[in-house]
Design a protein. Structure first.
Length: 209
């Protein structure tokens, strides 16, 4: 009986996940210990594109042993591992907590672009930052990597939205689940229901693996 009630409460949480009200609770933050000091210093001191002129590069929360990784196009955390004060970051925090029920110590939160500033030349910036993210993924043991938006599956998997959204895509030893960009869900609330269905696929895969 108690188990059934917990399942019901969890389902209600999931259904309400992508609503308009977000919570900003304090989570335990693990130490962001680098596996390779040189690579981390390369991100922190990166000046490969002009984006760094207006913002300091952010490594993100990288836990090599985490079971889940979330990747957005731009950073959702600051250098102190706090979620940024905007609706996109609040939505991601809510997804991690309420759908995946995942504390920070058990996940990684990364971005393709490492600087939180306005784009000057998106193509150039992506090409400059991509190898930083690739290194992080190569050194990650995550069972599922959730990516947001159309740019990431195209760059990481060479797949279109139609080929990647809402399904588990395996590449070597990694398993990716692509869904709508956070900003798109905020602009078009009807996408939230689709994203929730995608997250359920990721959860099912996690529970079976």
């Amino acid at each position: 009986m108690q188990h059934s009630r917990l399942q019901t409460l969890r389902s209600l949480y999931m259904e309400r996940l992508l609503g308009e009200t977000y919570t900003n609770t304090n989570l335990d933050k693990p130490q962001n210990k680098p596996l390779n000091k040189q690579v981390y210093e390369g991100i922190e001191n990166c000046n490969l594109c002009k984006r760094h002129q207006n913002s300091k590069p952010v490594i993100g929360l990288f836990n090599p042993t985490s079971k889940l990784t979330f990747i957005t196009l731009t950073p959702m955390l600051d250098s102190q591992l706090n979620f940024l004060n905007n609706l996109k970051a609040a939505m991601l925090e809510s997804i991690i907590q309420k759908v995946f029920n995942c504390p920070l110590k058990d996940c990684s939160i990364l971005s393709l672009l490492k600087c939180d500033s306005n784009s000057l030349n998106l193509e150039e910036e992506i090409n400059a930052c991509l190898f930083h993210l690739t290194w992080q993924l190569d050194n990650s043991a995550s069972k599922v990597i959730v990516v947001f938006g159309e740019i990431l599956p195209k760059r990481l998997l060479n797949l279109s939205k139609e080929e990647s959204f809402g399904r588990i895509v395996s590449l070597k030893t990694k398993h990716f689940l692509s869904t709508h960009a956070l900003e798109d869900m905020l602009k078009n609330p009807t996408l939230k229901k689709e994203a929730l269905a995608h997250f359920k696929i990721a959860l099912q895969f996690l529970n079976q693996s």
